[in-house]
Design a protein around this ligand. Structure first.
Ligand SMILES: *Cc1c(COP(=O)(O)O)cnc(C)c1O
Length: 437
């Protein structure tokens, strides 16, 4: 019977020394993905770049690694931007996204000098134009703040309905085509941006969804956007210099299934974009991709301690010391996970169990069906593929302490986020004077 290792580190030992629940990231896998992005996308296709969608997982260490790997960083809030800036990440290599941005967040983006602000609506565009006029820094060598307009190409990427983001009628972006009355929000936005003296429109952005396993919808989105680029060029004389095609590249649920190569998605998109631009007499724009999950999901596992086992007549519940507070994805959209007993690797499966989270919700089931060796109290359970959208989606539900994050590499592990303490839970709590009398 052997132990699971992650990044060369014994997971049972990690659980003993750092306690559970514990997120563990294999730094080697993150760096392998970055190397694949450089070799199979950035070096293979001229005029391309990649930004890591940091909402998947962001800490100052992660921003540091992305900087070392030469990638850009997508942020969707003032908090993510602040984290990147505090990690010393070059602001001009960050992009600010989001369908709702507060005035304060736009102001932070303008004054810190982010690379692109991706504008989601006409109202945001007008607000930004005003703010940029006021916030103009004379020392800004890069001139006016650069923006992209987010468009919704109206394609269906065949993923969970909660993960579709570029369909017709989406809350994200502006539709490519006009409404029944012939007016087009996008045309209006481009016209407005072209006439602005405070901001510079560089091009467009789309992100059609997440956990996508085939390239059909990406290719269709590129075709539609290329047709729109031609239309805007003819109607308004607008030349698209940058096209950001988003992320969403899928990661199989089981660690036994092969990793999906980036080229599966990007080669198809780049070929079609090149063809379309040639056929339409357009210069191919500079292209950016934004992988999130694809880059970090497989690098992460979560370690839990088995606290209780309840054997009912038709089901066995294995209760662990974490749950939807550290991984809300099964409860949010039936995300599938694969689990093993980290202290019983190599033991044959003996039972089919349900892995139950400890939160006070019937829906807090981490794994619906896991085949494990005979489970005993105190076993260490490892759930795979938790590198993306686990730590970043963690909540304080039930006042559970947010787990620590360890970064493992070549047999060595470092804490990159410490476990919350009970004292931390009280930060920000105040009892007003009125109640104390
Ligand atoms: C979430 C998001 C991504 C990354 O999505 P993944 O599915 O994690 O690859 C990329 N771009 C934008 C704009 C996003 O909102």
């Amino acid at each position: 019977m052997s132990h699971l290792t992650w990044g060369g580190v014994d997971c049972v030992e990690l659980a003993r020394t750092l306690e559970t629940p514990l997120y563990v990231l294999d730094e080697g896998i993150i760096r392998e993905r970055c190397a694949e992005i450089r070799s199979d996308f950035m070096s293979r296709w001229a005029g391309t770049w990649a930004c890591y969608a940091s909402k998947a997982f962001l800490t100052t260490s992660m921003a540091w690694i992305m900087d070392q790997e030469g990638l850009g960083l997508d942020v969707v809030s003032g908090g993510e931007l602040y984290t990147a800036l505090r990690a010393g990440f070059p602001p001009y290599r960050t992009n600010l996204h989001g369908n709702v941005k507060s005035e304060r967040e736009l102001h932070l983006a303008l004054t810190s000098g982010v690379g692109h602000i991706i504008v989601d609506s006409l109202m945001e565009l007008e607000l930004l134009d005003g703010l940029a006029g006021e916030a103009r820094r004379p020392s800004d060598r890069r001139g006016r703040p650069r923006i992209l307009l987010r468009v919704a190409p109206g394609v269906d990427p065949h993923t969970h309905s909660y993960l579709v983001t570029g369909q017709a009628g989406s809350k994200f972006g502006l539709p490519l085509e006009g409404g029944p009355d012939g007016t087009s929000l996008l045309t209006e936005a481009v016209r407005f941006a072209m006439s602005s003296k405070s901001i510079a429109l560089a091009g467009f952005h789309f992100h059609i969804g997440s956990q996508i396993f085939e390239n059909g919808a990406f290719v269709e989105a590129v075709r539609r956007v290329a047709a729109c680029m031609e239309r805007l060029n003819k109607e308004l004389g607008f030349k698209t210099r940058t096209l950001n095609v988003g992320g969403g590249f899928g990661v199989p649920a089981s660690p036994d299934e092969p990793h999906l190569p980036l080229r599966l998605f990007t080669d198809a998109m780049m070929s079609v974009l090149t063809e379309e631009c040639e056929a339409r007499g357009l210069t191919r724009p500079y292209v950016t991709i934004e992988p999130g999950r694809w880059l970090v999901s497989r690098a992460g596992i979560t370690l839990y301690t088995v606290e209780t086992i309840k054997r009912l007549s038709d089901v066995t519940y294995v209760g662990v010391d974490g749950g939807m507070a550290d991984n809300p994805r099964p409860a949010l959209y039936q995300a599938q996970y694969h689990a093993v007993l980290a202290n019983k690797i190599g033991e044959p499966p003996a039972e089919k169990v349900v892995i139950a989270g400890r939160c006070c919700e019937t829906g807090d089931i981490l794994v619906e069906s896991a085949e494990l060796p005979t489970v005993e109290r105190g076993d260490i359970l490892a759930i795979f593929n938790t590198g993306a959208y686990n730590f970043s989606m963690a909540s304080g539900y039930n006042r559970l302490l947010r787990p620590a994050v360890a970064l493992a590499h070549n047999g060595w592990a470092d804490l990159i986020v410490t476990r919350q303490t009970y004292e931390d839970l009280l930060i920000g709590d105040v009892i007003p004077e009125r109640l104390l009398t």
